[in-house]
Design a protein around this ligand. Structure first.
Ligand SMILES: *Cc1c(COP(=O)(O)O)cnc(C)c1O
Length: 440
């Protein structure tokens, strides 16, 4: 393949995430990836700070995960899940039920995170329908959330960053309250739950479920909020007979320091979505877990759950997921995540001194530098690549969530590059930040 031709074709014919066809951002051709390194077509190696959007927790090209795919491939790549089942699906479901909080014991396999959110919403709506309360169809959520790009999922994303105005008229109208103000680790302030408390009280009769990302709001701004908030949400859902859906698609599988972020609050949702790191970053798969109350409730009166994608429980994806979950649980993941957190805390601290930086925060194996103005992605990307790292900011956050297997030296190099690039940006604001201040 001629790289220049490929790049021209790509530019003219292929959409990348959130890009324009008339003026696309530049993309870099990748030749291969291994461990914590991404190798570009020109031979340059980049230290990967993104784990391909939370997913590649064991690094790339992992021998155990490769072997799981190859073993399954020699048996079958896929069979339909209607009327058939297979060992990878059964064993993965068993592993997920074992790893997630009780009493989540029923599993629906979905194609992607967004689809799992659709499935969770449909499950909640069907539950109330079967229980004779068909008016309970709306969702209550918090601002600054992100739940995916399909229409149902978009309806519960933050109305501003989720561009609700663009899709006004076709998105279901959900109930929003302000995002939690009490940060993770800060002293809990009971007034923080006030708006949520009154909203759930006012709307309970029409609410099927509350949906939120537990503790970490990811793509809506990388905010870490108090687990006390989540605890109150669980209590209020019970009090008002509203289901709780926890979107653990980004937070699941150890990223926040607990296997699932709900554990920070010691709560269990009625429905949980997992995805991203589920397959260790090998391919797309997500799962929705539900309690017996929800799963059996949906079928009260003989109904069936109305969803069944073509590639449901794809055996290759299930096999690699099972290998990934086992690899994680057999590894010293708590110690690794804690060590990454410490490294990032120390390494990113100098950013606090920079005028362009509003906040620096670390939770689990997630490091965030929040800037005062929106980042010019292209400028940052170029500066990071020149320093041998792969970090891609969005909005006002420069953030990393490295593979758990990243070593001390690579972590230090990653943090140094972030400090260097932000120092550079501090002196060249016009090049690195969008015009107009969006405040601290
Ligand atoms: C990424 C993400 C999704 C969407 O998952 P896709 O696999 O991209 O469809 C949903 N919710 C959260 C919290 C996510 O981080």
């Amino acid at each position: 393949m001629n790289v220049r031709d490929a790049l021209r074709f790509d530019r003219e014919h292929i959409w990348h995430p959130y890009t324009s066809m008339t003026d696309p951002l530049p993309v870099l051709p990748v030749e291969s990836a291994s461990g914590c390194r991404i190798r570009l077509a020109d031979g340059q190696d980049l230290i990967d700070g993104m784990a391909s959007w939370w997913s590649a927790i064991h690094g790339y090209n992992h021998p155990v995960l490769n072997a799981a795919v190859e073993r399954q491939l020699s048996k079958m790549a896929h069979v339909m899940f209607g009327g058939l089942t297979h060992e990878p699906a059964v064993e993965l479901a068993r592993a997920l039920i074992g790893a997630t909080p009780e009493p989540l014991r029923h599993v629906f396999f979905a194609d992607s995170g967004s689809v799992s959110v659709e499935v969770a919403i449909k499950m909640a709506v069907q539950y109330w329908h079967a229980r004779g309360r068909p008016q309970k169809t709306r969702l209550l959520t918090i601002r600054r959330g992100y739940h995916g790009d399909t229409l149902g999922a978009m309806s519960v994303c933050d109305p501003v960053t989720g561009m609700h105005s663009l899709f006004a008229g076709i998105l279901p109208q959900q109930v929003f309250v302000a995002e939690p103000r009490c940060a993770f680790g800060a002293e809990w302030d009971e007034s923080d739950i006030g708006e949520f408390r009154s909203a759930i009280g006012r709307h309970a009769g029409e609410l099927a479920a509350v949906i939120l990302e537990p503790v970490v709001q990811g793509a809506g701004g990388m905010r870490f909020y108090s687990p006390h908030y989540l605890k109150r949400v669980r209590e209020l859902c019970d009090e008002h007979d509203v289901l709780l859906v926890a979107d653990e698609i980004a937070t699941g599988f150890g990223r926040t320091g607990r296997l699932f972020a709900c554990e920070h609050a010691g709560i269990s949702p009625d429905i949980m979505c997992v995805g991203k790191a589920l397959t260790g970053g090998y391919m797309t798969l997500a799962a929705v877990l539900a309690t017996g109350r929800v799963a059996y409730g949906v079928s009260e009166g003989g109904g069936v759950f109305m969803h069944g994608p073509t590639f449901m429980a794809n055996p290759l994806a299930c096999a690699v997921s099972l290998a990934s979950v086992n690899l994680l649980l057999e590894s010293p993941w708590q110690a690794r995540v804690a060590a990454i957190g410490e490294s990032l805390r120390a390494g990113l601290a100098p950013c606090r001194e920079l005028g362009c930086v509003a906040d620096v925060r670390v939770l689990g194996a997630i490091g965030v530098v929040e800037t005062k103005r929106s980042c010019v992605v292209e400028a940052f990307q170029k500066a990071f690549v020149a320093r041998g790292v792969w970090v891609r900011p969005f909005g006002r956050v420069v953030y990393v969530m490295p593979p758990y297997v990243m070593g001390k030296d690579e972590l230090a190099a990653l943090a140094t590059a972030i400090v260097d690039v932000l120092s550079l940006a501090d002196g060249a604001e016009a090049e690195f930040f969008e015009p107009g201040s969006r405040g601290g």
